[in-house]
Design a protein around this ligand. Structure first.
Ligand code: FAD
Ligand code: NAP
Length: 458
């Protein structure tokens, strides 16, 4: 039975979506688009600002990508859509309250935590998971107080995915160029005092397993005064190792070989890729990071890195772990600790991996499938989740006859200050105006209090 022909057609369906990142917004779009019955979608977001990692993950020098907010804003203007910002599920509202007051609940809370390497010294001043450092330069309220020491000249990054490329660009980009973006002012100040001339990017496996997109590698090399360096022998060994590379791998290896063949120009800042190396110890003086010890690896026949017992030491003052994000458990919701996600079957939350579904509870985006995929990936992913909700409405698994009143009353009783989408648009305008005054694309408010004060003043 299709959504439009089901017996529930005409009944007002009330759905809560938790999280307003791409997954939450695309879920709302799929729910609201083309349905003939009335559907009310409340998108509940813990921050007063919508769009998740589009605001707090996408790098400040990638303003074109942030243009997707226009598409997401159109979704927010669809009939039946409501934004309930500044409302944290698990703090202001319990999951059970959502389940009692909505026909279905979709969790699209992303992956807001990190993974550790499990090596000594990881908590040194100067060593950060990407989630914190990225959140810090992007003005996420959770990370604005991160202590980042200045006067850094050399940084290390662990992991060779796209997040590693963002961190490399931010560390090496000319500070005056960064000053025109929407980078948080506190981060710009520290970066200005940190003349980073080299970034070492460590991959635990060979270049043939590099996850980053080739366009992102090109973007580093295209930076003014910056050059990518890589060892020609490492690239040649990788080319010899892979028998039938995919087109993407072949192109990456060819590009790396081209980069390896170029002598370094005088005075350039360098992004140096160093493969088959795993950090084993972070070296500190007092609390401050001063270096990293890495073990050389060899590739085993099943593509795993195996330590060789040969160690190297590099002096670095910052080290970023770009080895993947991780979901945060929500009280009252099953959690798969090994994967760092909510166990589910194509979007239907399950009590455990391969366990029975929890009726009326769904997931979308990174918390559903793990921290991989670009913004657009979440659209197709949301459509799959919504198809399961529609099937459960058709199949009577969701009781459409039970009236549901949403969470407005509870929030009112608790005195929670809800930020609507029009409020967000006022914050947005205030940030753009502040940016204009300082020659930047935008000057973000970096704490919730300042956002709410801006609303009171407007
Ligand atoms: P998120 O975007 O993380 O959204 C989750 C939302 O849930 C957040 O707004 C959060 O505040 C909210 N939330 C969490 N917990 C609660 C709660 N308890 N109650 C209420 N709300 C809650 N992709 C690209 O295409 N281009 C890029 O340039 C790009 N750059 C990236 C840079 C970085 C550093 C990272 C990490 C990712 C990047 N991506 C990029 C990938 C893209 O950002 C993700 O695919 C996408 O954001 C995942 O969407 P999501 O909605 O699942 O999670
Ligand atoms: P990712 O692409 O999965 O890369 C993670 C990297 O960390 C891999 O190189 C991985 O190596 C390595 N790693 C994992 N565990 C490790 C360990 N214990 N020790 C050493 N290395 C380890 O993840 P990501 O870079 O966080 O990106 C997440 C998603 O966001 C991706 O889908 C990405 O495309 C997207 N994104 C896109 C953009 C963009 O479009 N511009 C920007 C940022 C992010 P192995 O391969 O050996 O596991």
């Amino acid at each position: 039975m299709s959504a439009s022909s089901g017996g529930w057609q005409g009944a007002p369906i009330r759905i809560a979506v938790v999280g307003s990142g791409p997954a939450g917004m695309y879920t709302a779009e799929a729910l609201l688009k083309g349905q003939k019955q009335r559907c009310d979608v409340d998108v509940i977001e813990r921050l007063p600002t919508p769009f998740g990692l589009v605001r707090s993950g996408v790098a400040p020098d990638h303003q074109k990508i942030k243009g997707v907010t226009k598409v997401l804003t159109k979704i927010a203007k669809m009939k039946g859509f409501r934004f309930l910002g500044n409302v944290e599920v698990g703090v202001d509202l319990a999951i059970q309250e959502l389940r009692d007051n909505y026909h279905a609940v979709v969790l699209a809370v992303g992956c807001e935590s990190d993974r550790s390497l499990g090596v000594p010294g990881e908590d040194a001043l100067g060593s950060y998971p990407a989630v914190s450092f990225v959140g810090w330069y992007n003005g996420h309220p959770d990370h604005r107080d991160l202590k980042v020491p200045p006067e850094t000249t050399r940084a290390a990054i662990v992991g060779v995915g796209d997040v590693a490329t963002d961190l490399t660009r931010i560390a090496l980009t000319d500070r005056d160029a960064l000053a025109r973006t929407d980078i948080a002012e506190h981060a710009l100040e520290i970066l200005r005092k940190s003349p980073v001339h080299e970034v070492l990017i460590f991959g635990r496996r060979g270049p043939e397993h590099m996850k980053l997109a080739i366009r992102e590698l090109r973007a580093i090399d295209a930076l003014d005064g910056v050059q990518v360096a890589v060892d020609a022998e490492e690239v040649a060994a990788a080319q010899a190792r892979v028998e039938s590379p995919s087109t993407a791998t072949q192109k990456k290896l060819e590009y790396l070989a081209e980069l390896a063949a170029r002598p370094l120009a005088e005075g350039v800042r360098v992004a140096r890729f160093m493969f088959l190396r795993s950090p084993k110890r972070l070296i500190t003086e007092g609390e401050r990071l001063v270096g990293v010890e890495v073990e050389r690896n060899r590739m085993s026949s099943d593509s795993r890195p195996t330590g060789t017992g040969e160690f190297e030491r590099f002096d670095v003052q910052w080290l970023f772990r770009a080895i993947g994000y991780r979901g945060v458990p929500l009280e009252g919701v099953p959690f798969d600790d090994a994967w760092g996600t909510i166990p589910n079957n194509d979007g239907r939350v399950c009590e455990r991996r391969d366990g029975p579904p929890v009726p009326g509870l769904y997931v979308a985006g990174w918390i559903k499938r793990g921290p991989t995929g670009v913004i657009g990936t979440n659209r197709a992913d949301a459509v799959v989740t919504v198809s399961k909700i529609l099937a459960d409405l058709d199949g009577g698994i969701i009781d459409v006859d039970a009236p549901k009143k949403g969470c407005e009353e509870i929030l009112k009783e608790r005195g929670v200050r809800v930020v609507g989408f029009d409020d967000w648009e006022r914050i947005d305008r205030a940030e753009l105006e502040r940016g204009k005054r300082s020659g930047k694309v935008r000057e973000k408010f970096v704490d919730v209090k300042a956002m709410l004060e801006a609303l009171d003043e407007a």
